[in-house]
Design a protein around this ligand. Sequence first.
Ligand code: SAH
Length: 213
Amino acid sequence: MLSNYSRSASALKTLLQQNGIRHASVLQVIERTPRHLFIDDVLKHKAYENTALPIGQGQTISQPYIVAKMTELLLDAGVKGKVLEVGTGSGYQTAILAQTFDEICSIERIKSLQWQAKRRLHQLDLYNVAMKHGDGWQGWSSKAPFNGIIVTAAAKTVPEALLEQLALNGVMIAPIGESEQTLMLFRKTEQGIQSEQLAAVRFVPLVAGEIVL
Ligand code: SAH
């Protein structure tokens, strides 16, 4: 018999499909990833709703639609191989990426969130993720270059260090702005960086500077 959670995960998959997510692989990964494991007990009953939810420390787990969409955008852009995620948060997007790409590097500035996320990924037997506690504005130069970069917090200006760490033909998807944010796609080409505006979005800010222990 299916558990309530797997029934709900299947309903979430159908909803995302109706909302325009097309990649079968992304939909399958959403269906088999237990989002309730990434959420505090008191909110678990909302785990399979298509909403962002608080995860403590003033942060949120992203809405499933945006997680699926950003993953799909990387696939549509032809990204394969190594992907950097900035803003691990709950680790849910990390888990989706880890089941879609070969190798994931993920940076989080809040140590307690990073720890919890690491535990959850191991619980799900996802071992192709390297995690770092640090400032995502700086990227992860020793792991660069990256074929894809996904930023899950809004940067008020374009993070140049991240663009530098993209491989040639690599793509970065990032929300840019403060009160008004636009999801943007950047591609590194022989001629330089090409950018495209995708949609209006709402993310927590990509905080500059100090690291919270
Ligand atoms: N994809 C995550 C989103 C979490 S919210 C999820 O679905 O759970 C964004 C995360 O970015 C927060 O955890 C926040 O602490 C982190 N963050 C904000 N600024 C950062 C920075 N400069 N470096 C690394 N992480 C940062």
